[in-house]
Structure formats: C-alpha cells, structure tokens
Ligand binder design. Structure first.
Ligand code: AMP
Ligand code: GLY
Length: 424
C-alpha cells in the first residue's frame, strides 16, 4: 500500500518507524515530516493544518491509505473530505472529533451516557461563570472549550485568581476556543493515558502510559504538550483497565454510534485514578505525544494491519495486539524557553551515537536538517526512548545517552521522568 502519514512530531516519527516495518506498507510519504522521518520515508512539504495543500497532494498522488497524526486536521474535517473523495483514511470525522475539539461537547456527552468524570458547568457568560465559581471549592479548574494546544486548562488556587483567569478567557485569551468555558470539580489521584482503537462499533484496547505535562521537575512549572512518558504504568492494573473499558471506553463508542457520529480512530482517554475509581479528565482523538513513542516501541504486532481493520469496521475480527513486556521510557528534549518563547536554529550533535547504545531509539520532533547538520526547529525537539528489562534500567540508559553523547547546550529535559513508578 502507498500510505500518507500526516504530521511532523515525535508521534509521527514513531508511527513512521513502525509503519515502515509493516509488510502492508510498500511506500510511505509523510507530510510534512521532520529531519528524522526523512531518513525512513519520503517527505512532502505540506503542513498538517494546510487543508487545501493536503487535499491537492492526495488528489495528485493517489494514496491507498491516509493516517492523520495530529488533532487540527481532524477537527477541521479532513476525514470527511477524504471519505467523500473515496480515499481510505484512519481517523474520526469532524463530528466525532468533537470529543477532543469541544470540552463542553464531551462533558455533556459524558453526562448523557453516565460516564464517570468531574462535575462541571459550561458557560459563555462571565457573570454566570463567576456565580458558579462561588459555589465551588478551591482549587478551581477552568478550561477553554476549544483546542488550545494543551494550554487551555488553568488550575487556580484562589477564587480571586480564578475570577481573573475567567475574565482573560472571556476577553479572548484563546480566541474562539475560550468563548465558552468549562468549570470543573478538582479531582485528585494519579493520571494515566489510555488508548483504544475504535472502528465505530468495536473497541480494541491498546495499553496505558503515563505522561509528564509540566515543564519542570517535580511536576512544577507551566503545562506543556508532554515532557516524557513511560509504559507500562504500574498503577494502571489489568483490573482498572477492565473498569475503564466497561465504564468509559465502550459506553463512549456505543454513545457516539447511537448519536449518529460513529467514532473511528484512536480514542485516547486522559484518566484520573481517583479513590472512587477511574474518571475521565478529557478525551483526545489521536495518539498522544509523547505517549505514542513508547506505545510504538512496545507494540510487537503490525500497526498497519490494526489500522486497516479499524478503517474497514472489522476490529471484531482482528487479533488483539501483542506487546513487548519490557518497559519503555521516552524523555523529551526541548529548546530552553519552551513552552514559552524559544529560539530556533541551534545545532544538535551526537545523535548518531544512539546506534551504539543498546535499547535506545531517537524520534525527532521539531528538527530540520541543513548542510548535513541537525538543527532545532521547534519547542519539543527530540524524543529519547529506551527499552530495557526494568524501567529503572531503561531510564538510566536514556539519561546516560543524553548526558554522555548528546551535545546541545540550548536544550533541556526533565530529570525525573518515571519518578512515580520508580518510587513504587
Ligand atoms: P486536560 O487538557 O483537560 O487534560 O487538562 C490538563 C491537565 O490539567 C490534566 O492533565 C490534569 O493534570 C489537570 N486537570 C484537568 N482537569 C482536571 C480536574 N478536573 N481535576 C484535576 N486536575 C485536572
Ligand atoms: N501527551 C498529551 C497529548 O498528546 O495531548
């Protein structure tokens, strides 16, 4: 099959790395890709949010199958357009992608279908929102309704701070995305990212992972897209996973189907493991980044086969994926300043030494190559993944490679990835 993969992050490099190992993939093109992907697949210079450019590319080059990595093209309805063109595509329609693109949609959906999640209110009026806040207790959780690159959530410690944030939201902090605001009850517990494939009717569980959303060690600093991940997460037991499938995942797939928006794609549940059981924090409608990188390294089965079955509505006949038992960790290297302002163009040296490090695979994110050099070209730049027979050893292997081989003074990483699991 001639396959087009859309995106340019570490997630897409990991997907590409796995896809080129599939016997079903004869030809892989990535749009736009990055300086790592270009070593294993052809790259087409079309951005993931350039709908017109993507449609023109797909019309011109006749792909057998299209895989969409990031959320923007899904929220913009690329799947709907491709389906009308008769192109096979893996990902949810615009209506089904609302599970990520509208938090108010998802919260109301959960309520209709009795899916456990934090209590909430939805507001498009500042006065009403402030009145509701008064009825809640600290800490206050405020969320922009629409897509805000993982930055539209604020946890305020005092009512004063929460009110000030609300004012900012309603005066256009995130443009259209914060014209509607969701206010939620604060939940406590450990967070887990859980992934399942859906073909519209059947859910096929993948595995869980833990992400690290804050920029700095000790879960301090601003929220980011994710600074590192590992799998398996010991807190996410088989029993909890079964509960999640029964109380969250399958009711969601059934509910979307019954409401006329069958969900086809990756259902990524952000979960809080509370004392009252697992609850949904939010849905994403795609693989997580940096979680996908650890999932792809643990996946033993053919990824393409699973995606073909999901697109064809045949997950009920698919054999469950097989996973490597050995833990995998992924440590994100970001440009200093991320998630705020940062400079582009600094040179990264030493990546080729990964070949001599057993268990290490590097996935690029914001990189570009120029005159044979690898340059930083974004906030999150590299993903250093390592696999070993224990999580401790995987973590040690990854940090040793970063400290001894990588030469990039303009970059930084968290030093405590997997701390939750290592403590236990
Ligand atoms: P989200 O983008 O909805 O996943 O939120 C980003 C982060 O904010 C989550 O990973 C949690 O750490 C935190 N968060 C979101 N909603 C809640 C909540 N209701 N209670 C506690 N923490 C939350
Ligand atoms: N790692 C969280 C996300 O991909 O949204």
């Amino acid at each position: 099959m001639k396959v087009l993969l859309i995106g340019s992050g570490g997630r897409e490099h990991a997907l590409a790395w796995k896809l080129v190992q599939s016997e079903h993939v004869t030809d892989l093109v990535c749009a736009p890709g990055n300086a790592g992907i270009v070593d294993i697949a052809a790259c087409a210079d079309v951005r993931a949010d350039d709908m017109v450019g993507l449609i023109a590319l797909i019309q011109r080059d006749a792909y057998d199958f299209v895989i969409i990595g990031p959320e923007q093209p899904l929220a913009l309805g690329l799947v709907d357009v491709l389906q009308e063109m008769g192109v096979k595509v893996f990902g949810p329609t615009e209506a089904a992608a609302q599970l990520e693109s509208s938090k108010s949609f998802t919260k109301a959906f959960c309520k209709r279908h009795n899916i456990p999640t934090a209590d909430f209110g939805t507001f498009s009026d500042l006065k009403e929102a402030k009145a509701f806040l008064k009825t809640m207790t600290a800490p206050y959780v405020l969320k922009a309704d629409g897509l805000a690159a993982g930055k539209g959530v604020v946890i305020a410690q005092t009512l004063k701070e929460a009110n000030a944030e609300l004012e900012e939201f309603f005066s256009g902090k995130y443009g259209k995305a914060s014209e509607t605001v969701v206010i939620e009850e604060f939940m406590t517990g450990q967070e887990v990212s859980f992934f399942a494939l859906s073909d519209g009717k059947t859910g096929l569980p993948l595995i869980g992972a833990q992400d690290h959303k804050r920029a700095y060690d000790g879960d301090k600093g601003p929220n980011t897209g994710g600074m590192g991940a590992y799998s398996p997460a010991p807190v996410f037991t088989q029993e909890i996973m079964q509960t999640v499938l029964e109380t969250i995942i399958q009711p969601t797939i059934d509910g979307m189907h019954n409401e006329g928006h069958p969900f086809v794609g990756v259902l990524f549940a952000g979960l809080m493991l509370t004392q009252d059981g697992p609850k949904l924090i939010e849905y994403n409608v795609r693989f997580g980044d940096p979680e996908c990188q650890v999932l792809m390294r643990r996946l033993q089965s053919d990824l393409m086969e699973l995606l073909i079955a999901a697109e064809a509505g045949q997950l009920d006949k698919a054999s469950p994926p097989v996973w490597f038992d050995d833990p995998v960790v992924n440590i994100v290297l970001a440009t200093k300043g991320y998630p705020g302002d940062y400079k582009k163009g600094s040179e990264i040296k030493g990546l080729e030494k990964a070949l001599e490090r057993k268990g290490v695979t590097v996935f690029h994110a914001g990189t570009k190559s120029k005159d044979g050099k690898i340059l930083a070209n974004g906030g999150r730049v590299l993903n250093i993944t390592a696999q070993a027979n224990t999580l401790e050893s995987a973590v040690e292997t990854a940090y040793r490679f970063i400290d001894e081989d990588i030469d990039w003074p303009e970059g930084f990483c968290r030093r405590d990835i997997a701390h939750h699991a290592l403590k236990e």
